[in-house]
Design a protein around this ligand. Structure first.
Ligand SMILES: NC(=O)c1ccc[n+]([C@@H]2O[C@H](COP(=O)([O-])OP(=O)(O)OC[C@H]3O[C@@H](n4cnc5c(N)ncnc54)[C@H](O)[C@@H]3O)[C@@H](O)[C@H]2O)c1
Length: 367
């Protein structure tokens, strides 16, 4: 069934992937109306969508996906036909320090959204879609030579982050099975690209190479991840949203498995070239540090279903994507500096509370 997706509630649109997806959908034809519901936690950054903020078909709402009254009001006001759910706590290291925050946002938040969609759509599910964006980490870890994750691979999450995302996937499926809610789920491998919060591996390394600080690599850097450029994830979501089958799950991957240490070395090389430094200059900054607790060894995604069914392919090679990412961070140093200084967290007050106090322009919970 094709989904029209004309009135979209998109959660987490001020984060990394959400901002790229929002920009992409706003440019599509026919133009959808998009409400971006985002709590602006430490990783939400309004400046990620600064260029879109004045578009008549885009609206930002500062609020919590766990706030049932707010969700109810938004559904009443906007009569959404589509929910695209990305809002999450997403950093594995933080989930090891504070697992309950992950349970609250990723599990309770997803359940609240599902319940709101069910309440408001129950009279008619025709043309409606609840799209849940998830991760390959729900499948656990692989050894060398083991078959890549398929959609049918049993879940075996090993970090609180992965467990909370697995729980949210199960909830989505349960609403499909129990109530007939039309849902779609995709599980994607590691993304990289512009606007990724600087605590994640690639932007962290770029920043440390630039400032000549040590580059921390867990263990011996042997862990393997499958990398996908963020724009390719966005095009896959768009295809699945509009042409994917209701009730189905799709794996999305980059067909690009890399050991962390090899990725960091490539990054050092690309940065040295961009900065005009001597070859291998930045590799000297690499420091092996104590491994993460329960560090999954290998992720690999079999994405043949989305490739065959929807003719999707990753279009950006890792070398191209890495070059684009490096260039973006070098050209947008202010973006990183505002995060480091905390100035990005005042953007909401500066941009919205002061300038957009007019009626109907902004709505949010008191959070
Ligand atoms: N980054 C990856 O490599 C990757 C890979 C596969 C899947 N995913 C999934 O994609 C989604 C987006 O990931 P990302 O890397 O863009 O994350 P991100 O951390 O950059 O962004 C998350 C966004 O959610 C918002 N948010 C957090 N808690 C909220 C709440 N209670 N209410 C409303 N908004 C809230 C944050 O403010 C932020 O803008 C997540 O669901 C993640 O699990 C990410």
């Amino acid at each position: 069934m094709q989904t029209a997706a004309s009135r979209i509630l998109l959660t987490g649109g001020s984060g990394f992937i959400g901002s790229h997806l929002t920009r992409h959908l706003l440019a599509s034809r026919p133009q959808p109306q998009i409400v971006n519901l985002d709590l602006l936690t430490y990783c939400g950054n309004l400046s990620n969508l600064e260029d879109c903020s004045w578009q008549p078909n885009y609206r930002f709402v500062k609020g919590d996906i766990c706030d049932e009254a707010l969700l109810d009001q938004l559904f009443l006001d906007h009569e959404f036909d589509t929910v695209i759910h990305l809002a999450a706590e997403s950093h594995v290291d933080r989930s090891i320090v504070n697992p309950l925050e992950f349970v609250r946002t990723n599990v309770l938040g997803t359940a609240s959204l599902l319940q709101a969609a069910r309440n408001h759509w129950k009279s008619s599910y025709a043309g409606k879609c609840f799209y849940h964006v998830s991760t390959d980490e729900v499948f656990g870890t692989l050894s060398d030579g083991q078959e890549a994750f398929k959609e049918t691979t049993p879940y075996s999450p090993r970090s609180p982050y992965a467990a909370s995302k697995a729980a949210s996937d199960h909830l989505v499926r349960s609403f499909q099975e129990s109530f007939g809610l039309p849902t779609k789920v995709s599980n994607c491998s590691n993304n990289y690209g512009p606007n990724q919060f600087p605590e994640k591996l690639i932007p962290l390394c770029i920043n440390n190479i630039l400032t000549q600080k040590p580059i921390p690599v867990y263990g011996r850097g042997d862990n393997i991840r499958d990398w996908l450029y963020v724009d390719d994830h966005v095009t896959a979501i768009d295809l699945i949203l509009h042409r994917g089958r209701v009730g189905e799950t799709y794996n999305i991957g980059g067909k690009c498995e890399l050991r962390n240490i090899d990725l960091v070395r490539q990054l050092c090389q690309a940065m040295d070239q961009e900065l005009g430094r001597p070859p291998a200059f930045s590799e000297g900054l690499i420091r092996f540090v104590e491994d993460r607790q329960g560090h999954d060894y290998r992720y690999a995604v079999d994405c043949s279903k989305v490739c065959l069914e929807l003719q999707w392919q990753p279009s950006v090679s890792f070398a191209q994507g890495l070059r684009r990412t490096v260039q973006w961070y070098l050209e947008n140093r202010k973006w990183v500096e505002e995060i480091t200084s905390g100035a990005y967290q005042t953007y909401y007050e500066r941009q919205y509370s002061l300038k957009l106090a007019g009626p109907g322009q902004i709505k949010g919970s008191a959070s």
